[in-house]
Each structure stands twice: as C-alpha cells, then as structure tokens.
Design a protein around this ligand. Structure first.
Ligand code: CMC
Length: 385
C-alpha cells in the first residue's frame, strides 16, 4: 500500500490492496484464520459432503437446493452442455497455435454469437447466459484439452456428473470413483474466492451493463496471468525442474537470490496456510504414492524450506502449489491447468456478477496524476530533437 507523506495529498492504494469495493454474500475468505466459506458453508464441509452442481447452485441462488431445485438445475446444465459446431470448429482451427487459455478466451467470446440475447443486460437474460456458461465451460475446456493432445473431441455424456463428464471429455475415459471425487473436489475448492483479480474483472465489465459473455471473457483474460491462475502450471514445472528433495535448497536459494517469485506461494489475502492447498496436498500425496513419490517429496521439501524462510512474512503454499501435481497425475496436460481453474471458478464469476447487478454501480476509480502539468508548447515534428 503506497501512502503519501503529506496528509493533504490523495492516497494511492496500489493494486487496490485493502480497499472494499463491493458488498457480497457469496463467499468469505478469512486470511488470518485460513478459512474459506461459500454462503456460510466451510469449503472442507462442501468438499467432503457436497458436489459441484450443488455448490454451483448455492453460489448462484444463495441457498442449498431442495431435491426439485437440484434435479431441475442438473437437467438445465446437462441440456445446455453441448456447443455449437462452429465453436468446436474454432477450437480445432486453433490447434497447435495458441495456449489453451487463449483458445478458451476466444471460444467463450465466440459463443456469444450463437445466443440471440448476447447483448441483453436485464437480470433474467443474464441469469440464462450465466447457467449456459456454467454448463458449457467443461465442454469447452474438455474439447480444448482433446485438441491440444492431438485427439478427437468428445461430446458431453449426459449420464455423468459435472466433474466426471469434464474428466471424460478431457481424458477420453470415465473416471473411477476416487478420480471422480478428486475432480469434483478440485472444482468445488476453486469455485469462488473473494474479490480476486478475475472476479473483479468480471464485475468491472458487468457494471457497464455489458452481457455475461463479455464479463466472463474479461475474467478468463485476467485469470491467465502467472500472478493469478497461471501460477499452477509454473509451480509444477518448477517442482519437476528441481527434480529431487536434495536439489531443493540450492535451487530455491538461487531463485530467491535472483529475486524471483516462487510460484504457488504467497497470497494477497491469506497470511497463513491456504485451506485449499491443505486439501490438494492430501490428494497430491495420495495420487503420487505409487508412481511419482519423488515429485511429492520434492514439493514437500520446497514447502518446508519456503515456510522456514518466509513463513514469518506470511508466505505459505497457495492453491496453485499442489493442484498441478494432482491434475498431472490424473492425466491432464500442464497447459490445461489454468483452464481447469476456470471450469471451477465459472460459478463464482457468474454468481458475483448476478449479485452485483442487483444493485449496480459503474466501477470507475481515479488515478493520481503525477505527470507533466503543462501546458507545454506544441512543436511541429520537424522542430523536435
Ligand atoms: N516468492 C517469493 N517472495 C514472495 C512471494 C513468492 N511467491 N510472494 C510474495 N513474496 C514477497 C515479495 O517479494 C514481497 O517482498 P518484499 O516486501 O521484500 O518486497 C512481499 O512478499 C509481498 O509480495 P507482493 O507480491 O507485493 O504481495 P501481493 O499481495 O501482491 O502478492 C501474489 C500476492 C500472489 C501476487 C504473490 O504472493 C505472488 O506473486 N506469488 C506467486 C504467484 C502465485 O503463486 N500466484 C497464485 C496466487 S493464489 C491463486 C490465485 O488467486 O490465482
């Protein structure tokens, strides 16, 4: 946070750190206690007892669905899960040319073309677009993963749950119960997380009375960066590059010496261990036990060294440190990790966007001008140095 020494001077809060920009009932992040809850339900409880469809409904509509509401919502998601052929074609055309996050951003933007209400901004139309986007996100990312892996696209299987269907469309086989549970939990714990950068981006866009497709295209663009969703793929690449627990100390010291940020550590809000990372760490240990124990042991050593060195500054593993290890062991390619984040986060993005427009106020902060005050004399181009 940057503050001016002179109390009469306006204060600039860099990165809007600590600024309350809206009220919300969707989710709560307690950065000091390391707790995350959605509409009052702790994520550990949701991860153990709920499923993604129910959590998505909870985030969007504000209460746990009863049986009828749940059945109708699941049916809506299933009936909206397929994509227009043109969108599949677009994904095919991008094969080998772009990062999957670029494909996803473009495909979501293109999806709007096939919705007659794509420019509507009334709450009812926004809700319809929101549910369509929740329904289509796993199909989009699944198709992108298939094309990125050189495989044929698989259409949604309506018999499967949201998470199992995403797994199937991405990897070409139905998950076993444990894989299905891990996928479901990963999506649940990524579903919402306060006023993070991509959610804020969605809100800025929706606050202009733009449509939901535009808001989600903004959010995906923002999630792409390595300081936000893009950290998961870089974290795994770093753990793989370090390669063994014995290499960790030297490698980390060199990175710290070069003032590099260690991916998968630190958080704007959490100053303690990220509760999502705790869940993913257990899965990472379980899933690497048979075939890749060394990878987990390397990560664990990095964690130990980082906490010894930076724990007193409030730097601990975040959600992105162990998620990639779980996705990789399930069979996903590294470049698809951030799109998987988007599959989970879609419900939080649309829930908060729908909440925000109920009492809409255009986002329009100010910047403190520190440039030349002028007025400068205009010189024709041939008179300039
Ligand atoms: N490795 C080394 N030092 C770090 C790290 C890190 N991962 N994170 C923060 N620091 C240090 C930073 O160098 C700075 O030190 P100093 O005060 O000496 O200059 C201090 O901690 C504060 O860092 P900051 O970047 O100014 O603080 P922030 O609140 O803007 O940081 C963050 C939040 C997530 C951008 C940062 O921790 C970071 O860059 N982490 C690595 C990327 C990452 O893992 N991102 C995923 C975040 S969680 C998922 C999500 O929300 O998308």
């Amino acid at each position: 946070m940057e503050k001016s020494g002179n109390s009469a001077e306006p204060v600039v809060y860099r990165g809007l750190e600590g600024i309350l920009a809206a009220e919300t009932k969707v989710g709560f992040v307690d950065g000091q206690e390391g707790r995350l809850s959605y509409r009052g339900y702790d994520i550990n409880t949701l991860a153990e007892q709920s499923n993604y469809e129910e959590v998505s409904y909870l985030l969007i509509y504000g209460h746990m669905p009863n049986q009828k509401e749940y059945t109708e919502y699941v049916e809506r998601l299933r009936s909206e899960s397929d994509l227009p052929e043109e969108v599949y074609d677009l994904i095919r055309k991008q094969a080998g040319k772009t990062h999957p996050m670029t494909s996803l951003r473009t495909a979501v933007s293109y999806l709007a073309t096939f919705d007659v209400k794509e420019s509507a901004s009334d709450p009812e139309s926004q809700e319809v677009m929101a549910v369509k986007l929740v329904a289509k996100m796993p199909t989009l990312v699944g198709a992108i993963h298939r094309i990125f892996s050189g495989k044929d696209i698989l259409k949604p299987d309506r018999e499967l749950s949201y998470a199992a269907n995403f797994f199937y469309m991405s990897l070409g086989r139905r998950p076993d119960p444990m894989e299905s549970k891990m996928m479901d939990t990963a999506l649940i714990i990524h579903a919402d997380h306060g006023m993070n950068a991509s959610t804020f981006s969605a809100l800025v866009t929706i606050s202009t009375m733009a449509d939901m497709y535009s808001a989600i295209t903004s959010a995906i663009s923002t999630l792409k960066g390595p300081l936000h969703g893009g950290a998961n793929e870089r974290a795994l690449m770093m753990i793989q590059a370090i390669g063994s627990p014995g290499n960790a100390e030297k490698a980390l010291s060199e990175m710290v010496e070069r003032k590099e940020k260690i991916m998968g550590f630190g958080h704007r809000v959490y100053k303690v261990y990220d509760p999502r990372a705790k869940i993913l760490k257990q899965y990472a240990q379980y899933i690497t036990e048979k075939n890749n124990k060394n990878l987990f042991l390397t990560a664990n050593k990095i964690e130990e060294l980082m906490i010894n060195r930076f724990g007193s500054k409030g730097i601990f593993p975040n959600v992105d440190f162990y998620s990639g290890m779980v996705y990789s062991a399930l069979g996903f390619k590294t470049e698809i990790f951030t799109p998987i984040f988007a599959v989970g986060r879609i419900s939080g993005w649309v829930a908060r966007s729908l909440e925000y427009i109920q009492d809409n106020k255009l986002f329009r902060p100010k910047a403190k001008y520190v440039g030349e005050k002028g007025p400068l004399k205009y010189k024709p181009i041939n008179e300039r140095d």
